[in-house]
Design a protein around this ligand. Structure first.
Ligand SMILES: CC1=C(CCC(=O)O)c2cc3nc(cc4[nH]c(cc5[nH]c(cc1n2)c(C)c5CCC(=O)O)c(CCC(=O)O)c4C)C(CCC(=O)O)=C3C
Ligand SMILES: [Fe+2]
Length: 365
């Protein structure tokens, strides 16, 4: 029987993972940083962020909430599709979830990676991870397809717009006279360059979302805000260049230019996980307050209904394309939909280097 989700047997939410208790923190950080050049001092510092929150990242509960919301949306549309969850860096690990799913008879699984923008960290690294999981499962491995990067999905963007409007209610006079500072995760310049080889790069994807949201806010409120894009959570060797400006430096610059009202909009993050909870809610808001700026932090897409129904729309859209039907890919902004299958050579760690690590299609590209 063909249903709206044929050929898929399940939807896998594949996320980063995070520690649940203090004893998880060090092994989790070891998983994340294996093979990466992260100085011990940086790891020590990030470990402290987790311990400050009782050794527990908010990300796992947020993923469970997203699962529940997607299940609710599917049920409300009478769609029968199991939703399962696996992580790259902590339990439940993707390979374990896939093994279970296969044991229950799942042969073909669609994956939503909880990262909206395409770069090595948000795209290829997940594709390598899923390929490794399939290799580990051998003949029992289900076939896997991955949803395209969804930064310009109408539901994701609309959820961010609502979040910004809601947070601006916390400022006297709302958006009028405020600077809107969009924030995302910094990445090394080399990773940025590599993200721009087969399509618009990581920075350009964010700039596109910024333009769409700025216009939408003008339409809704009549206020044309001043806005800019800044980066948080840089890591690695301090001598290696990463995308700038850092959010705190940018706030100081804005203060020097006379800005007194600020909305911080973490469009680069899908939920309020550690980077948001610490780097923005603790550090960036403190920087703003030190400089006499009244600042609010907008929410993330999280489980907002626009985002959740957008996810289900993307699932249906992909399923119908896989059945050979025409299904337009809905997007906002100027860049258009990214391809369903990431092109060879896309989103390498460094643009001039082939790692040889297999990605999902099984080719070393
Ligand atoms: C672009 C991007 C996203 C957004 C896309 C996406 O959402 O996937 C993201 C998400 C996340 N990053 C996370 C945690 C960490 N990231 C690290 C390190 C790094 N991130 C990088 C980039 C990104 N990271 C990079 C280039 C590094 C350097 C090492 C490397 O090249 O990999 C480290 C090591 C310590 C440190 O140096 O910070 C940790 C602990 C968590 C979990 C948070 C929680 O527990 O709530 C989440 C969602
Ligand atoms: Fe990260």
């Amino acid at each position: 029987m063909t249903s709206q989700v044929t050929p898929y047997d399940a939807l896998l939410i594949c996320s980063f993972g995070g520690p649940n208790v203090s004893d998880d923190v060090v092994p989790f950080l070891q998983n994340v940083t294996r093979g990466k050049n992260i100085p011990a001092e940086r790891l020590e510092e990030v470990g402290q962020h987790y311990y400050g929150f009782g050794g527990r990242s908010p990300i796992n509960e947020q993923n469970l909430a997203l699962l529940a919301a997607i299940r609710g949306e599917l049920a409300s549309r009478d769609i029968d599709l199991p939703v399962i969850w696996g992580n790259r860096n902590w339990h439940p690990y993707t390979v374990d979830t896939l093994r279970d799913a296969a044991a229950f008879g799942a042969r073909r699984i669609l994956v939503l990676v909880t990262s909206a923008y395409a770069s090595y960290s948000g795209s290829r690294q997940y594709r390598e991870h899923l390929a490794a999981a399939r290799t580990e499962l051998g003949d029992d491995a289900p076939q896997i397809d991955i949803l395209r990067p969804f930064f310009n999905d109408p539901g994701f963007v609309s959820a961010n717009i609502s979040a910004i409007l809601e947070s601006a209610e916390g400022l006297q006079g709302g958006l009028e006279g405020a600077h809107l500072l969009y924030v995302t995760h910094s990445i090394p310049d080399t990773m940025q360059d590599a993200s721009a080889v087969t399509g618009p790069g990581y920075r350009e994807q964010h700039e596109d979302v910024r333009a769409v949201i700025d216009d939408a806010l003008f339409e809704r409120t009549g206020v044309r805000v001043d806005s800019s894009l800044a980066y948080c959570s840089r890591s690695g060797d301090p001598r290696v260049p990463w995308l700038e400006p850092d959010v705190n430096d940018r706030i100081e610059e804005l203060a020097a230019a006379g800005v007194t009202k600020l909305v911080i909009a973490p469009i680069g993050f899908v939920s309020d996980h550690m980077e948001v909870a610490f780097d923005l809610d603790v550090e960036a808001l403190e920087t703003a307050s030190e400089h006499g700026i009244a600042a609010v932090r907008a929410g993330t897409a999280g489980t907002r209904s626009d985002f959740v129904s957008g996810i289900v729309d993307m699932v249906l859209e992909r399923a119908s394309r896989e059945r050979g039907e025409e299904a337009a890919a809905r997007t906002v902004g100027a860049l258009g939909a990214f391809p369903d299958i990431a092109p060879p050579g896309s989103c390498r760690m460094r643009h001039n280097e082939v790692s040889g690590i297999p990605v999902l299609a099984g080719v070393e590209d």
